[in-house]
Design a protein around this ligand. Structure first.
Ligand SMILES: [Cu+2]
Length: 119
């Protein structure tokens, strides 16, 4: 019995360590190369948070795998960009260099959500 309790305690401890130390949300995917591929599937952009150098052009390659109409468009509201994403093909969007800041991008219903961080 004692051993079972100890094992349960150990398992809990391992879980706590995993949860608080190892599973921290990432700050975002950095790109220095000026291009990044973003997968559109299962209601999420991956990566959803992208860090890129401010003032440099950025090429975004959206690869839409989700045929749901929800994923049809990607909208950069702050940048006045709205593009259709074909299913199963890569759609390339060229962004000119932007000042530092955060720019959200979403589908037209804002269920898909992503953030560009120019640093
Ligand atoms: Cu949507």
């Amino acid at each position: 019995m004692n051993i079972l309790v100890n094992l349960a305690g150990l398992a809990l401890l391992a879980f706590v360590i995993y949860w608080f130390w190892l599973a921290k949300p990432s700050h975002g995917t950095k790109t220095e190369s000026g291009k990044i591929t973003i997968k559109v599937a299962n209601g999420v952009y991956s990566p959803a948070v992208i860090e890129a150098p401010a003032g440099k052009p950025l090429q975004l390659r959206f690869l839409r795998e989700d045929p749901n109409p929800c994923a049809q468009k990607v909208v950069f509201a702050d940048l006045d960009i709205s593009e259709d994403l074909p299913v199963g093909k890569t759609k390339t969007i060229e962004l000119p260099g932007q000042p530092a800041g955060e720019y959200r991008f979403t589908c037209q219903m804002q269920m898909y959500q992503g953030t560009l961080k120019f640093i």
